[in-house]
Design a protein around this ligand. Structure first.
Ligand code: NCD
Length: 298
């Protein structure tokens, strides 16, 4: 089993991942002797890399690999496919992050072992969506019938794409997509969604209706044109005053890293759940690795 897009997972598989995540939090130990996972991070990463590394180590799975293009042979001219073929021979599963959309899919075509997409360009980041929704379930007790606000760079944010495609498997209430006009979600994603969406520019008007506010930073590295980036930089910001106008039990999520889109003051509010969300990354990724590594030997 590969995990390239969140669309590949049905509700039963998602439930299985969440149930297993609960078991890991309660101290369950899975049996994955002598497994090796390769972390092939061709693009910088702190959280996702460390989160996968920590999850693997907690499972007693050995980790090989690299992060960043420096120090790996593609900088000597080796093709991406050859690097993947080599890791395919060394490891039992490969976790791939790459700046180009489609890289994880290509890796899955080349590799015989399972491939997990840890973010491919502006396309998708399915394991982050699993972490996001596990957090919603834990912190709100349900996923259906809640109103969602997704704010930020909806154009280049791959976590947003996976979040929306995951939400499509559930029955949300109203979903507000909040961004300056230049940063609207991609049409090819919107066309696939079957829930009630409203695209708006301003956060404040509907803030008291939202149960789950999902915030992402401007994806600076995806802008080819510095002027285009300058135009949208700092165009939205969650302040303490905005948080105070939210429902008391509304939650604020962020896949991190944060730049300046959420004021530090918001961290202390009851609504801020982004650090706990990062913590949930461990049991959720332990579950994903367990299902995938178990699978690779069946
Ligand atoms: C996200 C990513 O890499 O897409 N980060 C992450 O995986 N935690 C979001 C981002 O970089 O803004």
């Amino acid at each position: 089993m590969d995990l390239i897009s969140i669309e590949e997972l049905d509700r039963a598989k998602i439930d299985e991942i969440f149930v297993l995540s609960n078991k890991f939090r309660e101290g369950y130990k899975s049996d994955l002797p002598n497994r090796i996972v390769a972390l092939a991070f061709f693009e910088p990463s702190t959280r996702t890399y460390s989160s996968f590394e920590s999850a693997a180590k907690r499972l007693d799975v050995k980790v090989i690999g690299f992060r960043g293009e420096q120090g790996i042979s593609t900088s000597k001219g080796e093709t991406f496919s050859d690097t993947i073929r080599m890791l395919d021979a060394y490891a039992d599963a490969i976790v791939v992050r790459h700046k180009y959309e489609g890289a994880a899919k290509l890796a899955a075509e080349v590799a015989k072992k399972p491939v997990i997409n840890a973010g491919d360009g502006r396309n998708e980041h399915p394991t982050q969506a699993l972490v996001d929704f596990y957090t919603i379930l834990e912190e709100k007790g349900k996923i259906n019938d809640l109103n969602y606000g997704i704010v930020g760079d909806l154009k280049y944010g791959r976590t947003v794409n996976s979040f929306l495609l995951m939400l499509n498997k559930f029955s949300p209430g109203k979903v507000y997509l909040i961004s300056p006009p230049e940063l609207r979600a991609r049409k090819e994603i919107l066309d696939r969604l079957n829930f009630n969406i409203e695209e708006i520019d301003e956060l404040e008007v509907n803030i008291n209706r939202i149960d789950v506010l999902y915030v992402i930073r401007i994806q600076k590295e995806r802008y080819l044109d510095a002027a285009e980036y300058q135009k949208v930089k700092g165009s939205y910001r969650i302040t303490k005053r905005i948080a105070e106008n939210m429902k008391k039990d509304a939650i604020i999520l962020h896949p991190l890293p944060r730049v300046d889109e959420i004021d530090r003051e918001v961290d202390k509010t009851e609504n801020a759940k982004y650090f706990i969300q990062a913590q949930y990354g461990i049991p959720v990724r332990m579950s994903i690795l367990t299902l995938i590594l178990g699978d690779s030997y069946e």
